[in-house]
Design a protein around this ligand. Sequence first.
Ligand SMILES: Nc1nc2c(c(=O)[nH]1)N(C=O)[C@@H](CNc1ccc(C(=O)N[C@@H](CCC(=O)O)C(=O)O)cc1)CN2
Ligand SMILES: Nc1nc2c(ncn2[C@@H]2O[C@H](COP(=O)(O)OP(=O)(O)OP(=O)(O)O)[C@@H](O)[C@H]2O)c(=O)[nH]1
Ligand SMILES: [Mg+2]
Length: 429
Amino acid sequence: MNTIYALASARGKSGVAVIRISGPDAFPAARSLAGSLPEPRRAGLRRLVEDGDILDEAVVLCFAADASFTGEETVELHVHGATATVAAVLAALSRLPGLRLAEPGEFTRRALENGRIDLAQVEGLSDLIEAETEAQRRQALRVLSGKVGAKAEEWRSALIRAAALIEATIDFADEDVPVDVAPEVLSLIADVRADLTRQLAGYGAAEMIREGFEVAIVGRPNAGKSTLLNALAGREAAITSEHAGTTRDVIEVRMDLGGFAVLLLDTAGLRETEDVVEGIGIERALERAELADLRVFLGDGEETPLLQPREGDIMVQGKSDLAGVMTGGLSVSGKTGEGLDALVAEIGSRAAERASGAGLITRERHRAAIGRALVALESAELEVRNGPDRAELASENLRGAIRALDSLVGRVDVEDLLDQIFSSFCIGK
Ligand SMILES: Nc1nc2c(c(=O)[nH]1)N(C=O)[C@@H](CNc1ccc(C(=O)N[C@@H](CCC(=O)O)C(=O)O)cc1)CN2
Ligand SMILES: Nc1nc2c(ncn2[C@@H]2O[C@H](COP(=O)(O)OP(=O)(O)OP(=O)(O)O)[C@@H](O)[C@H]2O)c(=O)[nH]1
Ligand SMILES: [Mg+2]
């Protein structure tokens, strides 16, 4: 097994940079630079020296193999965050025997291989590193904490008990079965099915937190949509003008509204038009508005044509700074900023509503595994009801469900998945 090293903190100049070394030669390698090592889990200040040349004065932190993130002996060199310092220390490490630069995610891969964390936790970690909003951070931490693994273990032991009960009846093939196991097996299956179904129901919410909440601003030409988008974004993302029909393409702006990732869409003003290009823009606007999670109808006193608001959509009156504008419900002015906070709060609360059912199932991979398990459990249930003659089929289906759930935490056939998952990691993680 190679010893790997990499810069674990962000690239570029910083106050302090952390270089991580993990593997059987981590301690000898660090000792050769630092002279002596502090005892594990105690920080020690050491001069890092290569061939009499002082590279840096660093804080050195060692972890024993049985108490480290990777499950291997690990050393962290907390060096001054100059790019030249980092480069010099990495170069010195590259010259030490048995060491090589880590691949993206390789420290985490070793943590997985050494049983420190399971596959779902790896995904949680990946999501945590990518987290940009409060909701994403919380969700990733929930998965990273190992809750998926704990749940999977619960389901696994219930289904193994069900399979064992059924398989016991197979051994009694031609004789009389002493007890009818069907009621207990059915109740075990029903409980797991209910739990899985509940988890599945939260997938949409979890996906929304991960991928973001799409909000389309729609309305008649000149209502002030682009001006509103710019005001919300805090920059001139879209062209605005007094000409009706200015916006043609859908303009996307990513932002954090109330702790949620929101993709705001500015769209072409909606009206019947003879202009071919404007017409294409309006088609695009309608398409994206239909697909969006939420539509904000920016009103100008007249009804918006071509698109019907759905339940939950937000109706808001624009240009509230102008005299004579009716301000019964929500109203905003992209020009003065009036009413923006209330609109943002409203969008945030719709997003929060949509996110509220999120559970442990955060990825398509999880959804698919749970889907497969549910199909297998339905068949198992059917076979159990069909009587003892079908015990083999019932047991086969139960085993299928267990396999599907095992893939959640990486107990089975996930080799091909690993490269894909780790390729999105940064080096040093
Ligand atoms: N300096 C530093 N800070 C860091 C990390 C790190 O690697 N280094 N982490 C890296 O991601 C995170 C903390 N995660 C960690 C997870 C497990 C272990 C660890 O040693 N686990 C052992 C012992 C557990 C214990 O003592 O309670 C184990 O699981 O056996 C260390 C850090 C965030 N902060
Ligand atoms: N007084 C006032 N004028 C505004 C406000 N918002 C926009 N305007 C003006 O209204 C005109 C149209 O603004 P835009 O933001 O381009 O309108 P739009 O809805 O994007 O228009 P289309 O892209 O053509 O559909 C411009 O002259 C803006 O300066 C506002 O809140 N108050
Ligand atoms: Mg516009």
